[in-house]
Write a protein that binds this ligand. Structure first.
Ligand code: AMP
Length: 471
């Protein structure tokens, strides 16, 4: 339910459409759930690169007046959320610079695990940074490359980067996108037919962006692949030898929209299966299954289907809370949660409730929700979580808190149950999660549940302290 520590990003790119910036805007609009702090776009008309970025929601940033300042047939766009303290326009994306390769702009979803090292090296050689985000590092690497072509310079930069990155890149006459060798973060490509048989290519973090603009989903940008859309057409190349995949399982658990296809698989289908397997593994005598909206809905439907218990919307979510809302300083207990959720008393009163949510991170929100359901008259509250306990922070672009703040890193399931004041608590097993996402070939990263990271983590102290923010 909570948005408080979300720090993902969403990216979009459009090549070859007379209304590129309008399309990128709509695509970004569909990716608003991936970041709500700032939004930005760079476009090119073949001669100049234009850039607009502002703090705020996509719909507020891109007024018709601002969109009118983004002409051309190519555009890249980005929406971002970062934690408090790092909330500033300087870190908003895309980043654009002029260098010996012309004006170039880049936007990035992910987290470079060697950003601090690269940055120190670049600074030693005289590079000046304006922001604290990893993404600027990418731009400097490209700008200082001796390669003569943009694609060559980008290839060289990509080979120096470690960690998670799905990148969209704009030059005067082309759009280039790339994904890290292990494919942590998603990136998909699609196309649109224009009149006269011309093709427009689109790229986005999730396929829901294509649905809105009427583009046809083609396939994923492969891990370790660079795709160039330019005057000569579409070129796909592997810039690095194939490596084992490490796709972020949390995209299927929580981040992505259920109407998206992510890593070639329907998110809705994965969540439904998580719910089914959860009901099989941890059944409980009860009267109703209630989701924590919106994050628990798909899994709760699966749980209800498997258990034969009725599914009820016993918690109603308000969708209209603006970020400008000021909480009263005289703390009204649970105010934040009450603003977002309200229980439906006549569905809960006297009932034994199975409450389904996707995850427990700090436990504070879940505790408030359990209390809210009890106050609405529930006789019993059984919490069911559609993933394993979150025990380790993510260094690949999901903003989980430090180990110290992760309740499951420091408490047993029974201790968490007591903290939540639930009658019972169960998490999905690792085996079931693997099965739910169809991971027969070991292609997912589960580090937040296992503590086993699929890459070497350089500068771990800096990563933990979050000096160089994820984007
Ligand atoms: P809590 O009980 O305080 O740990 O909060 C759990 C809620 O946070 C669940 O409803 C999750 O859907 C939500 N959640 C989990 N991970 C994240 C994340 N990275 N960003 C935002 N919300 C999250």
């Amino acid at each position: 339910m909570a948005d408080k520590f979300r720090e993902e990003c969403g990216v979009v790119a459009v090549y070859g459409h007379p209304e590129a910036s309008n399309l990128a805007y709509l695509g970004l609009y569909a990716l608003q759930h991936r970041g709500q702090e700032s939004a930005g776009m760079a476009s090119s008309d073949g001669r100049h690169v234009y850039c607009v970025k502002e703090m705020g929601y996509v719909a507020d940033v891109f007024t018709p007046e601002r969109l009118a300042t983004l002409p051309g047939t190519m555009a890249i766009a980005h929406t971002r959320y970062s934690t408090a303290g790092e909330v500033d326009l300087q870190n908003a994306q895309p980043f654009a610079v002029s260098c010996n390769k012309g004006t170039i702009a880049v936007a990035h979803n992910g987290n470079l695990t060697n950003a601090a090292e690269l940055r120190r090296e670049l600074e030693r050689e005289g590079a000046i940074f304006q922001a604290s985000s990893d993404t600027e590092v990418v731009l400097h690497l490209v700008a200082r490359s001796r390669e003569r072509t943009i694609a060559g310079a980008l290839r060289e930069a990509l080979l120096q980067m470690e960690g998670a990155f799905s990148l969209v890149f704009l030059a005067q006459d082309r759009v280039i996108v790339a994904r890290d060798p292990q494919g942590f973060r998603p990136l998909v490509m699609g196309q649109m037919e224009l009149s006269g048989g011309k093709k427009c290519y689109v790229f986005a973090s999730e396929t829901c962006a294509f649905d809105l603009i009427g583009a046809v989903y083609m396939n994923e940008v492969e891990p370790g692949e660079m795709v160039i859309a330019g005057p000569e057409g579409l070129t796909r190349e592997r810039y690095v030898p194939q490596q084992p995949r490490a796709q972020c399982v949390f995209e299927h658990v929580y981040f992505s929209r259920p109407d998206s296809i992510v890593f070639g698989r329907s998110v809705q289908e994965s969540r439904h299966m998580m719910g089914r397997l959860l009901a099989r593994e941890s059944p409980v005598p009860a009267d109703v299954v209630v989701p924590v909206p919106d994050s628990g809905v798909a899994a709760a439907i699966g749980f209800a289907a498997e258990s034969g218990l009725p599914f009820r919307h016993g918690l109603i979510r308000s969708h209209y809370i603006g970020r400008t809302f000021i909480e009263p300083t005289q703390a009204i207990r649970d105010f934040g949660v009450k603003l977002k959720l309200n229980p439906v008393r006549n569905l809960l009163d006297g009932k034994r409730v199975v409450l389904v949510d996707d995850s427990i991170v700090r436990g504070t929100t879940s505790r408030k929700i359990v209390r809210m359901v009890r106050q609405a008259g529930a006789r019993e509250v059984h919490m069911r979580i559609s993933c394993p306990p979150t025990i380790s922070p993510c260094f690949y672009g999901v903003d989980t808190p430090t180990k110290g703040e992760l309740i499951a890193a420091n408490n047993t399931v029974e201790e968490i149950r007591r903290f939540l004041d639930a009658d019972s608590l169960a998490f999905l097993s690792m085996e079931a999660l693997r099965e739910a996402v169809g991971d027969t070939r070991h292609e997912y990263c589960y580090a937040c549940y296992t503590g086993e990271y699929p890459t070497e983590l350089v500068n771990i102290t800096e990563l933990v302290r979050g000096r160089y923010r994820r984007s």
